[in-house]
Design a protein around this ligand. Structure first.
Ligand SMILES: *Cc1c(COP(=O)(O)O)cnc(C)c1O
Length: 355
């Protein structure tokens, strides 16, 4: 038995979520976003399985992520790089046949000066992050892009007026690029409805088990299970405290389980006092401040707790959105912070014979 925190990635659940998003997209292409090592779940195994399910177009953030993904996937699929063509990156982009998402007039010029080739164009419609503004987009003389895109600021709030506003701006600017495919929505935008899907949607979090609007959703299956073994049980008497700062004091006799995962493994320190784990399907509240290597849970009502038993911190019984909200954050941050020390295991990897 390995006494360490473990992340199990259910690739069958990933495939089921991809199928759900394909149905929701109703004809628009679903392009998986696998930046940041597929939100911490492993870009290569995740993308390989999605290819086996029919995905043929991926997005990463950094040029280096694109180079790595090209090595993992071979020559076939399209790989877009959201950073576009930063200074000096054109040779690497070309050598790995990466498609830059050009996001400024300067990048468009640099890409053309380096010989050009297939490229997408990012338009800013109100996020004020990356992308050309309407005037700069209108001023472009050559408009032979393979995709024109923008990104929504408030898609997790369907009633927010920014959604309509950004969509209107996007449609207006995209009209300057006749015949070019259009993409506006990420996961949440896809669930805003058919007005937002256009030709291609770029989905990350809903593939990985986060629900639309940042809340657990019956349509999306959990993909990541993060669990760690109980190292030791302790009996607390009334008045006994737990952990640094003595932030928790037992009011009643309490059975406590010391679990082998802490913030170095990605358990968010802000999880105390709201978070809970699950052992044998029973919720077990966090007790006291968690530390670098250890977290303590209340297992008073959990007779199954014993050394070696696995405490689920995220998974089917502790939705990733719920665990993130308990720590005051979002599923994206929780997943991308899971530590390098955590052992990764995969269920449902495509065999060598499948393509
Ligand atoms: C990260 C990102 C996405 C994916 O967003 P999700 O909410 O995870 O689906 C799509 N497009 C852009 C530009 C992004 O930066």
């Amino acid at each position: 038995m390995s006494f360490a925190a473990r992340l199990t990635i259910d690739l069958d659940a990933l495939a089921a979520n991809y199928a759900t998003l394909v149905r929701q997209a109703a004809g628009a292409e679903v392009a998986p976003v696998v930046k940041a090592d597929a939100y911490g779940l492993g870009a290569a195994p995740v993308a390989r399985r999605l290819m086996a399910e029919g995905a043929n177009c991926f997005f990463v953030a950094r040029v280096s992520e694109g180079v790595g993904l090209r090595e993992a996937l071979g020559a076939g699929p399209d790989i877009h790089v959201l950073d576009g063509c930063p200074d000096g990156a054109a040779p690497s982009l070309k050598a790995s046949r990466l498609i830059p998402v050009l996001n400024s007039t300067e990048q468009v010029a640099a890409w053309r000066a380096a010989g050009g080739g297939q490229a997408a164009l990012m338009i800013d419609t109100g996020l004020n992050r990356l992308g050309l503004g309407p005037a700069d987009a209108a001023a472009l003389t050559e408009r032979d892009f393979s995709l024109v895109m923008s990104h929504l600021a408030c898609a997790d709030t369907p009633a927010h007026p920014m959604n309509r506003l950004q969509r209107e701006r996007f449609v207006g600017i995209a009209a300057l690029f006749p015949g070019v495919r259009r993409s506006l929505a990420a996961s949440d935008g896809l669930f805003l409805g058919p007005d937002y899907t256009f030709d291609l949607v770029r989905t990350g979090i809903c593939l990985y088990g986060g629900g639309p609007e940042g809340a657990p959703d019956a349509r999306i299956r959990p993909v990541a299970t993060f669990a760690a073994p109980v190292l030791q049980l302790r009996e607390l008497r009334p008045g006994d405290s737990v952990g640094y700062g003595a932030a928790f004091t037992a009011a009643h006799p309490t059975r406590a389980a010391v679990v082998a995962a802490g913030y170095a493994d990605g358990v968010l320190r802000a999880s105390f006092p709201k978070a809970y784990g699950s052992l044998a399907g029973r919720p077990c509240p966090v007790l006291g401040r968690l530390s670098m290597d250890l977290t303590v849970f209340d297992v008073t009502d959990c007779p199954e707790a014993r050394p070696g038993a696995m405490m689920e911190l995220v998974g089917p019984n502790v939705p990733v959105d719920t665990a993130a909200a308990a720590a005051g954050t979002i599923a994206y941050e929780l997943l991308t912070r899971l530590g390098a020390r955590v052992e990764r295991r995969y269920r449902g990897e495509p065999g060598p014979g499948r393509s």
